[in-house]
Design a protein around this ligand. Structure first.
Ligand code: DX5
Ligand code: ZN
Length: 243
């Protein structure tokens, strides 16, 4: 697998002190920041939008290389992923990770020129994200089969990352679902170099299973921001993946 990328989820940070929280977690050894965008439609919760991303960008230096330190990994839990691509690029997002489920159900509404084959829409969205100058990620919820990804992973514009959710998206601090790990293992078997991200319930107690399955991009919200020593947790997560 590729090297570990540790991406603390700022969903568990102090929202009233977000700039400091973000620069601190990078100083404590994090590689990326995982930025959870929720719109109250795709998921029942609401977090924040592009104006906040713009503000936190000024506290964290832009990465100097693709996938580099300080990458803003924006997890778009939103019903209309195409609509916000440009806005988030302008705000300083580096990796725009949309949900497969949202892409296939929002085709007709937002993109009249899109092909009638709704299943091709995620591919178009990936191309659009690349054209806008960002890396593209595609996320699947626990109820979505990994099989929907094979065709997308073979397309001309490949996603730069796949996110396998290990909780139902919407809230931090939920219990890790080991039932999702066979998806990670199957992805890793077919794509030895792919960045495979896991998100939900990750921490020192669950990281070994995820790492053994082949995940290398590790999101952790409550485990990092709730720790007495976040740098120790970040180091532990990294060791488990790179061992
Ligand atoms: C859940 C979010 C996660 C969340 C993870 O919908 O996508 O990124 O912050 O939180 P923990 O690590 O606490 O499960
Ligand atoms: Zn997330």
């Amino acid at each position: 697998s590729p090297r570990a990328i540790i991406a603390p989820s700022i969903l568990s940070a102090d929202f009233a002190d977000l700039g400091k929280e973000c620069s601190n977690t990078i100083a404590q050894g994090a590689d990326w920041l995982h930025v959870d965008i929720m719109d109250g439609h795709f998921v029942p919760n609401i977090t924040f939008g592009a104006p906040i991303v713009t503000k936190i960008r000024s506290h964290v230096a832009k990465p100097t290389e693709k996938h580099g330190k300080g990458t803003f990994d924006c997890h778009m839990m939103i019903a209309e992923p195409k609509k916000w691509v440009k806005e988030f690029q302008k705000a300083g997002c580096d990796l725009y990770c949309f949900h497969y489920e949202a892409a296939i159900s929002s085709t007709a509404a937002e993109s009249p020129e899109a092909t009638s084959d709704k299943k091709t829409n995620p591919k178009e969205l990936i191309r659009y994200i690349h054209d806008c100058g960002m890396l593209a990620g595609i996320a699947i919820k626990p109820d979505t089969s990994v099989d929907v990804l094979w065709d997308i992973l073979e397309s001309e514009d490949k996603p730069d990352m796949v996110l396998v959710m290990t909780v139902h998206p919407g809230f931090g601090g939920q219990k890790f679902m080991a039932s999702e790990l066979p998806k990670v293992a199957e992805l890793r078997k077919r794509y030895p170099d792919l960045n495979i991200e896991v998100d939900g319930g990750l921490g020192p107690g669950t990281i070994d299973q995820a790492a053994d399955a082949g995940a290398n991009v590790i999101v952790a919200g409550s485990a990092v921001f709730g720790a007495n020593d976040p740098s120790e947790v970040i180091a532990k997560l990294r060791e488990a993946v790179d061992k």
